[in-house]
Design a protein around this ligand. Structure first.
Ligand code: DAK
Length: 260
């Protein structure tokens, strides 16, 4: 079904590998199309799914950017804007996915690759990972949400510096800045992401989904995040899972959530 994405089921976790190692997993249109299908058609149907890990094939790169060789033909503003909008839609599907999505950043995460990692709910980086938004080197700006999400994670001043200088930063610096949740030895990013998702899988699935929605509301224009929280809190109090969670606490036993 997928030519580029390798989708493996590991228990209740989907491990999705972008598999173009010869091009350092650069995002071509086919990869974007497959990501759209995966997050809009395929994964939402998997009811037992508790989370998703997104990573890159090989030891060198998560994703080294949009595929530069593919977009050299673009020369008019409408076409460029249309492609950016397409990318935004796909990255919003990931950001708004109801199950946690963790980027296991196993190497270069540059340009569109850094933007893809930022659309995920968390980032675990291996020590050899490198982050950057080098679009200005090519005479363009980040087009897949980078100007917005990098500011959200690391603040305006540092985001300005990274995007204007096109500098790359190492995993530890990305961690210090708040771009990355954890840094782990090379080869261990997927395992760490799995550990986090396994912990989350013991929590109430509806509550997990509503936390994601409510946190995302903070960054949505025209949305009152506090109001969204009130609404989603109401939703979670009406679930059987809430009854179960409270009962389990009182009875001093682990909760057995059903996701409803
Ligand atoms: N696209 C296509 N091919 C790439 C690539 C990329 N982004 N990055 C690497 N490759 C390919 C190389 O061309 C090379 O292929 P061959 O020449 O062997 O056929 C192969 O991967 C191995 O790369 P290197 O030989 O360069 O490997 P090194 O270890 O020497 O260097 C590197 C690794 C990551 C430092 C280097 O490959 C590099 O600088 N790569 C490019 C990084 C970059 O500038 N990325 C793009 C950022 S701009 C848009 C929306 C968004 C965007 C664009 C348009 N629209 C809405 C239209 C986003 C743009 C970006 O992401």
């Amino acid at each position: 079904m997928y030519e580029i994405l390798d989708v493996q089921q590991d228990g209740n976790i989907a491990i999705v590998t972008i598999n173009r190692p010869k091009a350092l997993n650069a995002l071509n249109q086919q990869t974007l199309t497959e990501l759209r299908h995966l997050f809009s058609e395929d994964l939402p149907k998997r009811e037992d799914l508790s989370g998703v890990i997104l990573t890159g094939a090989g030891e060198k790169a998560f994703v080294a950017g949009a595929d530069i060789k593919e977009f050299t033909g673009i020369s008019d503003d409408e076409q460029g804007a249309k492609m950016a909008r397409n990318g935004h839609e796909i990255f919003f599907l990931i950001e708004e996915f109801s199950k946690p999505v963790i980027a296991a950043v196993n190497g270069f995460a540059l340009g569109g690759g850094c933007e893809l990692a930022m659309a995920c709910h968390m980032r675990v980086a291996s020590e050899n990972a490198r982050f950057g938004q080098p679009e200005v080197n090519l005479g363009i700006i980040p087009g897949y949400g980078g100007t917005q999400r990098l500011v959200q994670y690391i603040g305006k001043g540092k985001a300005m510096e990274l995007m204007l200088t096109a500098d790359m930063i190492k995993a530890n610096e990305a961690h210090r800045l708040g771009l990355v949740n954890h840094v782990v030895p090379k080869g261990e990013a997927v395992a760490k992401a799995k550990e986090i998702l396994t912990k989350i899988s013991t929590k109430g699935p509806v509550a997990v989904a509503k936390v994601i929605e409510s946190i995302n509301a903070y960054f949505q224009n025209g949305v009152d995040g506090f109001e969204r929280e009130v609404e989603k809190f109401g939703t979670t109090t009406a679930t059987k899972d809430f009854q179960e969670g409270a009962a389990a606490f009182i009875e001093k036993r682990p909760a057995n959530f059903q996701g409803c």
